[in-house]
Ligand binder design. Structure first.
Ligand SMILES: [Ca+2]
Ligand SMILES: [Ca+2]
Ligand SMILES: [Ca+2]
Ligand SMILES: [Ca+2]
Length: 472
């Protein structure tokens, strides 16, 4: 007995005849009810659910081809029982063709009208409801967007917090943009050359971030000449939220230098670490630091001025002595002197504190005032030096002749002869005895300070007494 092969069924279940659509719409194509009795349901999608097939067969007897065609298109629309696709604009008559190798069956055709449409957005980044940080740029990548009609088009992105982020941009590129902190409601508009536009909405949350501390114009290990004012400049520090509220400069020992964006500071000699902290309105902080070597300088004295040219024997004489100190790093705290007369030495201390005989404090003009009364010898020798830590400046020396009573017009021969002798002596000192002399002077300085610390005696006592008299 001959078993006749069954012909296929070809039915279009969807789309419906007369559907109106846009070129951008995905249209579902569904052939439910189609099939062939010689097909095994097991070999069909979803075990042949909704299709015409044979439940008993394990293997199909027929190889059935399936084709969806449009009279507007050269190529078939598809070759599956079920799928989604877009159709170009136009008036389409669509048929489903099944062929089981014996017979080709064509379904009733349906008509679909597809009109042109606006472009479609494919946004690879940012993803919907993305959460990002304000200090990193947001990647906008919509390069896969397309216009189903093949039209040229542009993309614009608008934020309710910032206004336009991108305006009429091409899909040839991706874009990186910093967004301000906040929850942005983005409006993404695609517009084609026919002015057809499609609008999408998407949110992105941008979180605030910490500031970045930056010190400008100073390099690590930089040498600063003694006495040079250092400009501490933090103005290149930044915060993507623009909310820096505090700058703080400090040293490693915790000393606060200042809290202005720019500070001008004179540092003591030595190696120092300068720390900068910046803080934003949420209290987030950032730190940076720089090491500097501040140079030191030795003191020098110049312009020793003594208010008298000569002194009369056995007569109390008011004397002012001024000397100018140069020490760029400002570390010299002692200027001392020594008066030698008739083999007797007396040490004294200058002042630059603006008190007593010193007119202006810290102007580097150091002052000493005294009453001298000399009875011995032919001259008074005044020597002045500055002490800066362990170093002693070169001396300033002046000789004051003593005028003998009744013989005041002529200087003693010994004084005349003594000057060259003295110069020779000083050179000898300089060549051989400098270390000894310096040590001795530092010792004198310490002795004077020690005497001061006893509080009963102040080497400046005379000066102060004098001031007292003057003030009264
Ligand atoms: Ca279009
Ligand atoms: Ca911030
Ligand atoms: Ca110094
Ligand atoms: Ca002074």
């Amino acid at each position: 007995m001959e078993v006749l092969n069954s012909p296929p069924n070809a039915l279009i279940n969807y789309p419906n005849d007369g559907l109106l659509s846009e070129s951008g719409d995905l249209i579902g194509f569904d052939s439910s009810g189609s099939g062939d009795w010689d097909l095994s349901c097991l070999e069909l999608p979803n075990n042949g659910s909704n299709l015409f097939c044979n439940n008993i067969l394990n293997l199909s007897d027929d190889l059935v081809s399936i084709l969806w065609i449009s009279d507007k298109l050269t190529n078939p629309i598809g070759s599956d029982w079920n799928f989604e696709t877009r159709l170009p604009a136009g008036n389409h008559n669509i048929s489903l063709i099944l062929n089981d190798g014996y017979v080709e069956v064509v379904s009733n055709s349906i008509n679909i009208i597809v009109v042109e449409s606006a472009p479609l957005l494919i946004l690879n980044s940012p993803s919907p409801n993305a959460v990002v940080q304000s200090n990193s740029p947001v990647l906008f990548d919509f390069r896969n967007s397309f216009d189903p009609d093949g039209d040229n088009f542009t993309v614009s992105i608008f934020s309710d917090l910032m206004g336009h982020i991108l305006q009429n941009k091409s899909i040839d590129y991706w874009y990186n943009d910093y967004l301000i902190a906040g929850n942005h409601h983005l409006t993404i508009t695609l517009k084609d050359s026919n002015l057809m536009q499609r609008i999408y909405y998407q949110d992105i949350l941008v979180q605030e971030t910490a500031p970045f501390a930056e010190i400008t114009n100073l390099t690590n290990g930089q040498y600063i000449p003694p006495g040079q004012i250092v400009e501490l400049d933090s103005s290149n520090s930044y915060d993507y939220d623009d909310d820096i509220v505090l700058y703080q400069w400090s040293l490693n020992d915790g000393t606060i230098i200042g809290n202005k964006e720019i500070e001008m500071v004179n540092f003591n000699p030595g190696v120092i670490q300068i720390n900068l902290m910046v803080q934003d309105s949420r209290g987030a902080q950032d730190f940076t630091s720089v090491n500097l070597t501040i140079g030191s300088s030795y003191p020098t004295l110049e312009e020793l001025i003594i208010s008298i040219d000569s002194i009369k024997e056995n007569e109390a004489t008011e004397v002012y002595i001024y000397v100018t100190l140069n020490d760029a790093d400002g570390t010299t705290k002692n200027v001392n002197g020594e008066v030698i007369n008739g083999g007797v030495s007396q040490a004294f201390t200058f002042r630059d504190d603006g008190k007593g005989s010193d007119h202006v404090s810290d102007d580097n003009i150091w002052t000493y005032r005294t009453n001298w009364e000399v009875s011995d010898g032919n001259w008074v020798r005044v020597e002045v030096w500055a002490i800066d830590g362990d170093s002693v400046s070169q001396s300033q020396i002046e000789i004051i002749p003593i005028l003998k009573q009744g013989n005041s017009n002529s200087l003693d021969w010994a004084f005349k002869a003594g000057l060259p002798m003295l110069s020779l002596l000083m050179i000898t000192f300089a060549l051989l005895g400098l270390v000894y002399v310096n040590n001795r002077r530092i010792q004198i300085s310490k002795d004077l300070e020690l005497i001061e610390s006893w509080s009963g005696f102040d080497p400046r006592e005379l000066d102060q007494e004098f001031d007292g008299e003057n003030n009264n």
